[in-house]
Ligand binder design. Structure first.
Ligand SMILES: [Zn+2]
Length: 186
């Protein structure tokens, strides 16, 4: 860290303390050359993530919106809100660690399924039924078979594979669009 007075690059830390309610660390430093004192702040870098919807529209990743969708799909599955918060934390951290700042809504849906799978099979199937818009019992049976056979997901989960039914994800499930337009779809 360059000294603001003489531009010397070495300093020693006199004091470190938590600032901004724990969101940053304030350090009091002294320049090793001119001996003058200055303050630096250390913060976690947070880069916004863009979600690409099925209709190619883009919008910012909205954690609370995704959480609401998952909570609704996982009602009465025995998962606590704390578990779902942890799931969202992990998912968001994964997205933050990616080099690419854009993610498709389908990728997010698949990520949710990946994280639900080890915690609750019921929640997994229920979320899949909403997210993939199951049409009938056959879709449930297929998903259960995949779950049992250990294969992660069905063909729709492969981003490289074209959707079997075009337009399958076109309309958004009601829980994903509480306020109508402007919501990205799952
Ligand atoms: Zn200096």
């Amino acid at each position: 860290m360059q000294c603001p007075f003489c531009e010397h690059t070495e300093s020693r830390v006199l004091e470190s303390r938590s600032a901004e309610s724990g969101r940053s660390i304030r350090r009091r430093r002294q320049c090793l050359q001119c001996q003058r004192r200055f303050t630096t702040y250390e913060r976690i870098e947070f880069v916004p993530i863009t979600v690409i919807k099925r209709d190619e529209k883009r919008e910012s990743f909205d954690r609370s919106k995704l959480l609401r969708g998952i909570v609704r799909a996982c009602e009465k599955t025995g998962l606590s809100s704390t578990q779902l918060e942890v799931l969202i934390d992990e998912l968001e951290a994964e997205l933050q660690q990616r080099a690419v700042r854009e993610v498709t809504s389908q990728e997010i849906g698949d990520l949710v399924l990946q994280h639900l799978r080890p915690v609750s099979e019921v929640a997994y199937v229920r979320f899949a039924s909403v997210y993939r818009q199951f049409q009938g019992i056959r879709d449930f049976v297929e998903t259960l078979n995949h779950l049992r056979s250990g294969h992660p997901t069905d063909a729709n989960a492969d981003p490289a594979a074209p959707p079997e039914t075009p337009g399958e994800f076109e309309s958004s499930p009601s829980w994903a669009t509480p306020s109508g337009t402007g919501n990205w779809q799952l």
